[in-house]
Design a binder for this molecule. Structure first.
Ligand SMILES: N[C@@H](CCC(=O)N[C@@H](CS)C(=O)NCC(=O)O)C(=O)O
Length: 96
């Protein structure tokens, strides 16, 4: 698993916990960004993903949605291939 994975979270967030557990279970090393008190990052997250909830997960700069989205991708056998892609540039530019 080599892809560049970033997960945007808040402090108390059961779906974030589940998303991180799923990624960790797969041995994925991800970058975690807490947007709790960062309105600027929340705005960016919304623009980039089209969603306001957390978590929001990006794989090689591509928005793949929240926990239920990656769980569905996993169930369909489509998550591992995304995670196996070589790390690409973070695009669109990701603020931290
Ligand atoms: N289907 C979404 C649900 C995400 C969700 O409801 N997250 C909660 C926090 S755990 C949330 O963002 N609530 C609204 C908010 O915090 O603004 C997923 O699986 O990621």
């Amino acid at each position: 698993m080599e892809a560049n994975v970033t997960i945007y979270v808040t402090g108390y967030c059961p779906y974030c916990t589940r998303a991180k557990a799923l990624l960790s279970q797969k041995g994925v090393k991800y970058t975690e960004v807490n947007v709790e008190s960062r309105d600027d990052l929340r705005r960016w997250m919304h623009q980039a993903s089209g969603q306001r909830t957390v978590p929001q997960i990006f794989i090689n700069g591509q928005s793949v949605g929240g926990f239920s989205d990656i769980a569905a991708l996993d169930k369909a056998g489509q998550l591992d291939p995304l995670l196996a892609k070589p790390a690409g540039p973070d695009s669109p530019a990701m603020p931290r």
